[in-house]
Design a protein around this ligand. Structure first.
Ligand code: ADP
Length: 167
């Protein structure tokens, strides 16, 4: 069992065991939260990412956190929204499940998620939040080491959606 918390702000500033990056298939950096994480972590992160041979959509890979306060970064690749015709919901579920599984396997206590796929990838925010919280609540039943899962909303709309769902 773990607690679920909501914050509004910049995920790169959190002192947690792992932050999740909403990366792209190359894992070589990009815009949005991905760019912010790479800037805050420093060039060591990109060097390690270059050794990972990318990542499939719906999967996740681990790196160290370098200059971040977080010890680790779990890079996951969310689906690009395509009207719901390309298995996007199942792929997003898989992102959350994989990140939680990796964190728990490493015996981490705290993990923070951004709102994966809801930026340039265009996934509808309400549905994405329902998936994130649904998978997290499901995982809470089997988690062993995790004590705290934090959702970090950057924009007010996501913050509002999550706070309503968490009530
Ligand atoms: P994607 O390509 O998965 O849609 P984006 O980075 O474009 O990824 O957006 C994912 C989410 O991350 C969006 O809700 C965006 O507002 C948010 N975001 C952007 N920068 C940050 C940040 N520094 N900390 C936390 N969340 C962020």
């Amino acid at each position: 069992m773990f607690s679920i918390e909501l914050l509004q702000g910049d995920i790169t500033q959190l002192e947690v065991d792992a932050i999740v990056n909403a990366a792209n298939n190359s894992l070589l950096g990009g815009g949005g939260v991905d760019g912010a994480i790479h800037r805050a972590a420093g060039s060591g992160l990109l060097e390690e990412c270059k050794t990972l041979n990318g990542c499939n959509t719906g999967e996740a890979k681990l790196t160290s956190g370098y200059n971040l306060l977080a010890k680790f970064v779990i890079h996951t690749v969310g689906p690009v929204w395509n009207g719901g015709t390309k298995n996007e919901e199942a792929l997003l579920e898989n992102c959350y499940r994989e990140c939680l599984r990796i964190a728990d396997e490493l015996k981490l206590k705290t993990i923070a998620f951004p709102n994966i796929s809801t930026g340039v990838y265009g996934f509808p925010k309400q549905r994405a939040a329902e998936i994130a919280l649904g998978i997290t609540n499901e995982y809470a039943k089997i988690a062993t080491s995790l004590e705290q899962v934090i959702f970090v909303a950057f924009d007010a709309e996501n913050y509002q959606i999550y706070s309503t769902l968490l009530e």
